[in-house]
Ligand binder design. Sequence first.
Ligand code: MN
Length: 235
Amino acid sequence: MKPKIGVIICGFIEDKQFVTNAYIQSIRYSGGIPLILPLIRSDRMLEEYTSLCDGFLFCGGGDITPLLFGQEPKSGNGKNNITLDLFQIRLMKRVLSSRKPVLSICRGMQIFNVACGGTIFQDISLQPGKHLDHMQQSFSRQEVSHKIFVTPDSQLKKYIGSYLFVNSYHHQTLNKLGKSLKVCATASDSTIEAIEMLSHPFAIGVQWHPESMYRSSPEMRELFGNFILKSATTH
Ligand code: MN
């Protein structure tokens, strides 16, 4: 039986809940069954979602409401949807305590960090020091834009190696790390590009978009493949 992967909706705009196709296709081609999990305001439903699926994918999207990580809005903060934020943060907490595999991408990684008590720089201009342009301007989302350095003793390194080039579509970055998390990749400007949870079978967050690089990058296929494999075997 193929593992069922809950793909949490990426956004909720004009009365439509949606997931971007590349996430669904990456799960499918890696051997999982993608199940889209919509926003429903019910704790009972969060419980049902958590037991229904074998693994969980949190996607990219808009900015998290700053109050949810203890800050008031600063210049550069984008659009927020607190109902979606609370739904995703609550679901993330349940998923993490179930110890089922979870891969979180871009905004998903920020949800992962905030759910563990971490904070976000609301705009990269608020991060101390000089920084790269992390909002790439290329024609295609599968093109790479900057290098990342992967932490030697991380789980992520087993899947993607010591360093590689990734795409970059974020204007926010991680600041304070949440509890039990470690940095597992950084860019040359010290921006946190990936995190993982200590002593968890598979809880990895990446700031770039591996789903957009799926066809061109063996490393990204390896990352998705191991996520699906862990989902099939972790109970
Ligand atoms: Mn980046």
